[in-house]
Write a protein that binds this ligand. Structure first.
Ligand SMILES: [Fe+2]
Length: 275
């Protein structure tokens, strides 16, 4: 076993509550060798029990599972016991019981890289610079663009304020890393990757300008993200940015077959070659 290559794989946006997706995950997300590890970059599902059930199933398969939350994990209803920041803490507690690594844990190493699970949210700063955040959200609403987050997350926590807090926490920890990194976040870290959105206003809920220089500054070889459901691999400033979403059935019909054919889903982030 020690002579085998092992691979760090990545997936996101599994949306297992959507009909058909759980079966796809069950069928397609398997380790190649016993040492393989898996990144799950958010949007597993909306309900905590379903999220943890899925992560537990994957943790039984892979040597290690590294999870970061997406917006869907945070979706809450008025009657839910845990909402907003409490919802995140509930998920982290559940992951710890499963042995799944979260953004609150020590950063794992793989293939000479520090793998950094991040949770930085968004602050509506990816907008027309002539508008305030409130004006940009109003303008989007006038065009009929309102993200579900506005009714399922925003009522329970001030997202831009939480984003600032998460950015501070993350940059302090990143500053203590040395050597090459793999940065993992549900939301993209650089604005360029939002330029393919059919509805440009969705960028308002997709990241923050504060992470723009992080991939280069913190020596990332790869940035793994999801959220946009636009699975592409792009080189920006010498860093590979890879969107690893499974997405919804109508999206998969187009995006999944070519990726399966080229063995790019799950996406192989790093392979550790034995000495
Ligand atoms: Fe998302």
């Amino acid at each position: 076993m020690a002579s085998e290559h092992r691979t760090l794989w990545a997936v996101s946006d599994l949306h297992v509550a959507v009909p058909g997706n759980r079966d796809l995950v069950d069928r397609l997300v398997h380790p190649g060798t016993a040492g393989d590890e898996l990144i799950v970059a958010g949007d597993v599902a909306e309900d905590t029990a379903t999220v943890l059930d899925t992560l537990g199933m994957l943790a039984d398969r892979f040597r290690r599972v590294i999870w970061v939350p997406g917006n869907h994990e945070l979706f809450s209803r008025p009657g839910d016991r845990f909402r907003g920041e409490d919802r995140y803490r509930e998920l982290v507690r559940g992951c710890r019981e499963l042995g799944v690594v979260t953004p609150e844990d020590a950063y794992p190493q793989f293939g000479g890289h520090t793998v950094v699970p991040m949770f930085t949210l968004y602050d509506h700063s990816w907008r027309d610079p002539s508008l305030t955040a409130a004006q940009a959200l109003d303008a989007a609403a006038e065009k009929g663009v309102v993200f579900t987050d506005q009714v399922a997350i925003s009522p329970y926590v001030d997202v831009p304020a939480w984003c600032r807090q998460r950015l501070g926490y993350t940059v302090r920890r990143l500053s203590r890393t040395t050597g090459p990194t793999v940065l993992v976040n549900h939301w993209p870290l650089v604005r360029e990757v939002t330029d393919r959105l059919d509805i440009p206003e969705i960028a308002l809920w997709s990241g923050t300008r504060d992470t723009q220089d992080w991939p280069v500054r913190f020596r990332a070889s790869t940035v793994v993200y999801g959220h946009l459901h636009i699975p592409v691999v792009r080189e920006i400033g010498g860093v590979t940015h890879v969107e690893v979403s499974l997405g919804y059935p109508r999206e998969q019909a187009v995006s999944l077959p070519p990726r399966l054919e080229r063995q790019l889903w799950p996406y192989p982030v790093l392979t550790e070659v034995p000495e």
